[in-house]
Design a protein around this ligand. Structure first.
Ligand SMILES: *Cc1c(COP(=O)(O)O)cnc(C)c1O
Length: 431
């Protein structure tokens, strides 16, 4: 074996690269945006991750959102272990899916919903449903929003006329990209122009109401309201993709925060409590168009999986039992009070919504659209990221990914983050 036997993490990642493309099961984990090699993780507990060398990291990624309670929460572990003893999958209706669906309905007011195994499946299925309901093909998405990796969603704004999409991945058929129109966020004019021209062809608009996959691009409520109006006027369905914001920004998600009711909503991440789950739901009249009641096909061997349902239910209950959203808002305000001034001194801005945060590393107001993000941010971030990782503080390995707070984080953890960032900023010249 390797002569360097003490660096187990490095040697595991070398082996990973020999059998898994890039050594990872999802590309951002490979650290390409920031350089270097990712540590291979063997354990997570509370706010701490431990790598294969025993090095610990204060974790602000939280598995990209699901772990709102922190790693290995006792209530979630207990729920999973109890279910394991009863069986892990039945391929038949199970009690857990009834309980979790009822809990989601109680918290969000969504009429009816169906479980799938990932956020990608949730958005893909919701879009198919919207097309089935409207009998139209065209899909509108916003540049800077991510909705998983289904073919018709891997489309970015093309050059020239903003609305003509281009594939953002090889392997996406042209016919699919022609069905997807891309708009900029925060731009009523572009929205109105598109609907004036092609409103009667558009089946569905999908948006992250709190865009959190390309920085944190907080939208004006008036823009989201205009989007709701114009879709309604044109017989187009509106999907709020709440895979990140659902159960994160409060019990009713962005729908409640902005007091806007979409036709369909998608969930993922938190709703599975750290196991693979997604869900989509909405008004009963639409959801009843799904098989077996209606003509829109949708299915899944492991959908409504009892283990995952148990983890999701335990997570939502623990959040309520501990007054979790209030704690997270308090923690978020504390972060803002400490980190806001530090960033302001360094030509940067903190963007925060509840327990989601992002450092906009450019002068001036924080951007509200992908087009408003400047290239300089990525270089500045690389330095900060590595400086923190070295000290045992883990931020997401990309300037465009947000940070997550969990119930396992304390004000002491935030002080540690801000102290580490203070040192990191001191080492790097302002851009
Ligand atoms: C993560 C995410 C998805 C995709 O979910 P997966 O479980 O990774 O397939 C979809 N939409 C949003 C807003 C997300 O953040």
């Amino acid at each position: 074996m390797n002569s360097n036997t003490t660096d187990r993490s490095k040697s595991l990642f070398e082996r990973a690269q020999a059998v898994i493309p890039g050594g990872v099961s999802s590309p951002v984990r490979a650290f390409q945006a920031v350089g270097g090699e990712p540590p291979v993780i063997v354990k997570g507990s509370g706010s701490i991750l431990t790598d294969a060398n025993g090095k610990e990291y204060l974790d602000f990624v939280c598995s990209w959102g699901p772990l709102i309670l922190g790693h290995s929460h006792p209530a979630v572990n207990q729920a999973i272990t109890t279910q394991v003893a009863l069986g892990t999958t039945f391929g038949a209706p199970c009690e857990g899916e009834v309980l979790l669906a009822e809990e989601i309905q109680k918290l969000t007011g969504v009429d009816s919903l169906r479980f799938v195994s990932s956020g990608t499946e949730a958005t893909m299925s919701a879009i198919r449903l919207a097309r089935g309901v409207t009998g139209r093909d065209k899909l509108v998405k916003f540049s800077g929003c991510y909705h998983g990796h289904a073919d018709h969603l891997l489309v970015k704004a093309g050059s020239g006329l903003a609305t003509f999409g281009e594939a953002s991945s090889a392997g996406v058929p042209k016919a699919f990209t022609e069905c997807t129109l891309v708009l900029p966020l925060d731009d009523e004019r572009a929205l109105e122009e598109l609907f004036a021209k092609r409103g009667d062809e558009i089946a569905v608009v999908i948006i992250e109401p709190i865009p959190a996959n390309n920085g944190l691009l907080l939208q004006r409520q008036s823009f989201l309201k205009r989007l709701r109006e114009i879709t309604r006027e044109n017989g187009t369905l509106l999907i709020f993709d709440e895979v990140i914001s659902g159960f994160r920004v409060g019990q009713g998600g962005a729908r409640e925060l902005y007091a806007i009711e979409p036709d369909l909503v998608t969930y993922g991440k938190i709703v599975g409590g750290g196991l693979p789950v997604g869900a989509f739901g909405g008004k009963r009249e639409f959801m009843e168009q799904l098989a077996p009641l209606g003509p829109v096909y949708q299915a899944g061997t492991l959908s409504g999986n009892p283990l995952a349902m148990a983890a999701g239910l335990a997570t939502l209950k623990a959040l309520q039992d501990s007054d979790g959203w209030a704690y997270l808002e308090d923690l978020g305000q504390f972060l803002e009070s400490k980190l806001g001034p530090l960033l302001a001194e360094n030509d940067a801005t903190l963007v925060r919504q509840g327990s989601l945060f992002w450092m906009s590393l450019q002068p001036g107001d924080a951007p509200r659209s992908a087009e408003g993000i400047e290239g300089v941010a990525a270089d500045r971030y690389t330095h900060l990221f590595h400086s923190l990782l070295n000290e045992g503080v883990a931020l997401a390995p990309s300037a465009y990914e947000v940070g997550f707070l969990s119930l396992a984080h304390t004000k002491g953890d935030i002080d540690r983050l801000v102290d580490a960032l203070t040192r990191a900023f001191a080492e790097v010249p302002v851009a």
